[in-house]
Ligand binder design. Structure first.
Ligand code: GAP
Length: 445
């Protein structure tokens, strides 16, 4: 495998994403909109697969967690209660010379900007530090002049907490239990960048896990979720050396957090946050109780105790996960580029090729195999160019297996299955193909 320079790697990923239909710049034909990205056919499959895997681990495989899907727009009082209107701020400084704005804690970007001015023999002068609120505003209502300002949610979290009582009353859940959700969030980021890493519109996948208000019990749960989350990334193929935990210092903690650790990924632009695990204490439910006047407590039938539960949160970004899975999977070997994605998240699982497109017998059998496989796996069809080019084209988008139907197949009812990672080829009976792929899909390491 070639050693790819870090600075080149990002360019290569961005270019591959555009060329092969993973990610396009948002509203490109109108000159774009900074910090927005559109996922193409392959990117949307990748994201869908990541979300499915997350949902399986966090909801389907568990008895103590349910899912929900809250609305993006909420009563603006929610955001006053949650502390986002007053406390969801980034420190902002502005360059007095060119009026570009920066997040004051991004020291390397600021130094880069100063260097740029100095090279042009310009002056470097900064404004005082200001607080910049990240909530994105929108207007709702039908009468001009009487429209109400609402916020596009800055985190998907609050939709769960405001429904705490609804969920309790409509289920038989007992503490400890969790509510999982996946959805869009929006932030007026001062400096969106590093491709999809920091965008103004992005998707989160979160668990709000309600526990007894007890230090030992909550820390036990905290440790459990912290470890489960880092293991999830590893189980889907991220190299363990490229993952680490980082604890937030006291002055870094978000307004709601008692404790916070990030799962970080070693990206070409440094160690970067992928997911946060937060101890939110009773912040959310207490504040909603105070601001709404509704009782948000939990009654424990067994101990006859009434209390406001504490919350352990795992909050990951779907876009960041997709980007880091892509970066981690990218490799160059001799004359081919391969995305060694775990088959579970690869956009296509199988590609089917007739050896020669202009031989009706081959095309007919290949089509039949394709139609059968398509019912069970995301399957691609390719009959252009030579087989070598077709293999390389599928390698570049991470398709784990290619099936070639040749003249021999018409006689022995077997096809050639080529493995993406080893490039080894094997003859497999047509009637065993589904089982062959299913088994490998489940047991890929
Ligand atoms: N509810 C807690 C919360 O929102 P956060 O650390 O602000 O916590 C959680 O965000 C995750 O959401 C981050 O770890 C990251 O994966 C993702 N995220 C946050 N801001 C983002 C942005 N501007 N662009 C892309 N993903 C973002």
């Amino acid at each position: 495998m070639k050693d790819i320079k870090k600075e080149n790697l990002m360019d290569k990923i961005v270019s591959l994403c555009k060329r092969r239909g993973f990610v396009f710049p948002g509203s490109e034909i109108y000159g774009g909109l900074s910090g927005t990205w559109d996922y193409g056919p392959l990117g949307s499959e990748l994201k869908f697969n990541i979300k499915q895997e997350w949902w399986k681990t966090m909801v389907k495989d568990r008895d103590d967690i349910v899912g929900m899907s809250a609305s993006i727009l909420m009563n603006p009082k929610v955001w006053e209660a949650s502390g986002h209107v007053s406390g969801f701020n980034d420190p902002l400084i502005e360059c007095k010379t060119c009026h570009q704005r920066f997040k004051a804690d991004q020291k390397d970007v600021i130094l880069e900007h100063e260097k740029w001015h100095k090279e042009k023999k310009g002056k470097v002068d900064w404004t005082e530090l200001k607080k910049f609120n990240l909530l994105v505003e929108a207007k709702v209502g039908v009468v001009e002049g009487e429209k109400n300002t609402v916020y596009l949610r800055g985190e998907i979290t609050q939709g769960v907490h405001v429904n705490f009582k609804n969920i309790l009353n409509s289920s038989r859940l007992k503490i400890p239990f969790g509510v999982a959700q996946i959805g869009k969030a929006f932030r007026n980021e001062i400096t969106p960048g590093n491709f999809t890493y920091r965008s103004i519109e992005f998707e989160q996948m979160e668990l709000q896990y309600y526990v007894k208000p007890d230090k030992n019990e909550s820390m036990k749960q905290y440790e459990f979720w912290k470890n489960l989350r880092i293991d999830w990334y590893k189980s889907l193929g991220i190299k363990p050396d490229n993952l680490r935990f980082r604890e937030h210092k006291k002055d870094e903690l978000a307004h709601y957090a008692k404790a916070a650790w990030d799962v970080e990924y070693k990206s070409p632009f440094g160690w970067k946050e992928c997911e946060g695990i937060h101890h939110r204490g009773d912040w959310d439910l207490s504040r909603h109780q105070e601001y709404s006047g509704q009782d948000m407590s939990y009654f424990d039938e067994e101990t006859k105790e009434k209390y406001i539960p504490w919350v352990i949160e795992t909050s990951g970004g779907v876009d960041r996960a997709a980007l880091f899975f892509l970066i981690d999977a990218y490799s160059e070997e001799k004359d081919r580029v391969v995305l060694k994605l775990n088959p579970k998240i690869a956009p296509y699982k199988v590609a089917v090729f007739p050896l020669l497109a202009n031989k009706p017998q081959l095309a007919k059998l290949a089509r039949k195999i394709y139609d059968d496989l398509k019912k069970q796996f995301m399957t691609a069809w390719d009959d252009r160019g030579n087989i070598g080019k077709r293999y390389y084209s599928q390698d570049e988008i991470g398709t784990p297996w290619c099936v070639t139907i040749d003249f021999e197949s018409l006689k022995d009812k077997k096809v050639t299955v080529r493995d993406r990672d080893s490039m080894k080829q094997k003859r497999v009976p047509i009637k065993e193909l589904s089982e062959y792929f299913r088994e490998r899909l489940e047991n890929y390491v």
